[in-house]
Design a protein around this ligand. Structure first.
Ligand code: SAM
Length: 204
C-alpha cells in the first residue's frame, strides 16, 4: 500500500480510538469494518460486545483471523443499503468511510436504528482536496463522485439530515491527510441525550 494509504488507515484508527476513549462504550458496532483497522484498540474490559459489519465476507474472514482472541467479537455479513438490519442496539455505532459507498437511505436508517438509548453515533467522512472542491462547486452541489461507488458527502448537509432525524453533533474534529485531503469525525447523539452530554462536559 502507498504511504498515503497507510497514513489514511492510521488516521482512521486514531479517530476510532478517540471515540472509544471518549465514550468508553460497553458495546460497539463498526459499520464497513473492512479488514478490522483499529479493532486492536478495543479494550475488552470496557467494551464487551463488538459487532463487525461488512458486505464482504472475505473481509470478515480476515477480521476473524486477525482478531480471533478479541472476546465479544460478533461478525455480521450484510448489505446495509439493502434491507432492514435487526441487531441489538449498541452504545457506539462507528461508521468510517461507509456512507460514501452506501449513500444515506436505508443504510443511514439502519445505522441510526443500532444506536441504543443514550448511545453515540460516530461518523468519519472524507473531505475533498482543494482541487476536488473546485470540481464540486462547479458540477455538483453537495456530492462529488470521485470514482465508482465513492461519492464525497457534504458535511453541512449530512448534519442537517441527522438533525431532521433527531440527532445533533456533539463533537467534531478534522485531521489532514496527504494531497490536501482530510478526514472529518463527527459524533452525534439523540437531541435529548446531546443536552445531557453537554452538561456533563461542562461539569467535568
Ligand atoms: C473504505 S472501507 C471502510 C474503512 C474502514 N471503516 C476503516 O476505518 O478502515 C468501506 C467498507 O464498506 C464496506 N461496504 C461497502 N458497501 C457496503 C454495504 N452496502 N453494506 C455493508 N458494508 C459495505 C466495504 O466492503 C468496505 O469494507
Amino acid at each position: 500500500m502507498c504511504s498515503a494509504g497507510v497514513r489514511q488507515l492510521t488516521v482512521l484508527a486514531e479517530l476510532f480510538k478517540a471515540a472509544l476513549d471518549r465514550y468508553r462504550p460497553e458495546s460497539v458496532a463498526v459499520l464497513g469494518v473492512a479488514g478490522g483497522n483499529g479493532l486492536e484498540q478495543v479494550d475488552c474490559a470496557v467494551t464487551k460486545r463488538i459487532v463487525a459489519v461488512d458486505i464482504n465476507h472475505q473481509y470478515l474472514d480476515e477480521v476473524q483471523r486477525r482478531f480471533s482472541t478479541l472476546s465479544g467479537l460478533e461478525l455480521q455479513c450484510l448489505d446495509l443499503a439493502e434491507r432492514e438490519v435487526s441487531l441489538a442496539p449498541v452504545a457506539l455505532v462507528h461508521a468510517a468511510l461507509i456512507f460514501e459507498h452506501v449513500g444515506f437511505g436505508v443504510a443511514l436508517e439502519n445505522a441510526l436504528s443500532l444506536v441504543a438509548p443514550g448511545g453515540k453515533f460516530s461518523v468519519v467522512l472524507q473531505l475533498p482536496s482543494e482541487e476536488e472542491q473546485g470540481v464540486a462547486s462547479t458540477k455538483h452541489k453537495s456530492m462529488l463522485t470521485l470514482k465508482e461507488n465513492f461519492v464525497l458527502i457534504d458535511i453541512g448537509e449530512f448534519q442537517r439530515l441527522l438533525e431532521q432525524k433527531g440527532f445533533q453533533v456533539i463533537e467534531q474534529e478534522t485531521r489532514p491527510l496527504p494531497a490536501g485531503k482530510a478526514l472529518w469525525l463527527g459524533v452525534f447523539a439523540k437531541a435529548g441525550d446531546a443536552c445531557a452530554s453537554a452538561s456533563e462536559h461542562d461539569r467535568s
